[in-house]
Design a protein around this ligand. Structure first.
Ligand code: C5P
Length: 230
């Protein structure tokens, strides 16, 4: 069973809280840079107080001391999971793990799901990059440093499961039904495919946020992911 995580990429706390209130089956919400920059930690505290697991997705990538401080702050807020960029390097990842103290799961962003191979290669100044081996390479660094898992696309999940076994969290954004528009996402999959490949957390944003009936849309994702609340 995979957890469905609703990305609360909304412009204000009242909108986020009113949506969450309509979705009693929801266990995980993701707070990212949009809402955090607008509303700050108070909203995270409110969500935690409402019994939700909060995935704080600020994708930290900075010097070890700064990232360690950010993780310590997230720990105090009571979030369940947070992201760091694996490309921040081993020392940064280890500082993050130390600051987490086992009280929140840290997952490392490998290659963003909005990247295609050509765009990623251009960013690195390389002629060609195969994304699956690149994700595997970054996942190895993340897990060696003590992270709980990684963020990757559904396309890489099976390879990572095979390589690293059943334990790591594999958090997969870019979840779409066949009728959904991709937006800026490139490496997408259905909730069913991602769940069957071994993803632990499926991150869904716009297909629910922009749906005419977000409650029904989320229910579809829950069903596909095999985690309908009985
Ligand atoms: O709206 P959509 O379903 O594309 O939302 C995906 C969410 O997952 C966004 O909040 C985005 O920031 C996040 N994310 C991502 N790719 C990653 C890591 C996080 O799309 N590699």
């Amino acid at each position: 069973m995979s957890e469905v995580v609703l990305a609360l990429d909304l412009p204000s706390a009242p909108e986020a809280l009113s949506l969450v209130q309509q979705l009693p089956q929801l266990r995980w919400v993701k707070v990212g840079p949009i809402l955090m920059t607008r509303e700050g930690p108070e909203l995270v505290r409110t969500l935690v107080d409402r019994g939700l697991q909060v995935f704080l997705d600020l994708k930290w990538h900075d010097i070890p001391n700064t990232v360690g401080g950010a993780v310590a702050a997230a720990r105090q807020l009571g979030v369940g999971m947070a992201t760091v960029h694996v490309l921040g390097g081993r020392a940064m990842l280890e500082a993050a793990v130390t600051a987490a103290g086992g009280e929140l799961a840290l997952v490392g962003v490998t290659v963003l799901t909005s990247h295609d191979p050509a765009g990623y290669a251009a960013t690195l100044g390389r002629r060609e990059v195969q994304l699956a081996p690149e994700v595997k390479r970054l996942a190895e660094i993340a897990l060696d440093a003590g992270l709980s898992g990684v963020v990757c696309s559904a396309r890489e999940v099976s390879v990572l499961r095979l390589q690293f076994g059943p334990d790591p969290y594999l958090v997969v954004p870019g979840i779409r039904r066949s009728s959904d528009s991709l937006g800026d996402q490139v490496r997408v999959a259905t909730a069913r495919d991602a769940a069957e490949s071994g993803a632990t957390h499926l991150v869904v944003g716009r297909p629910v946020l922009q749906a005419p009936d977000p409650v029904a849309a989320l229910e579809e994702f829950f069903k596909e992911a095999g985690c309908v609340k009985s």
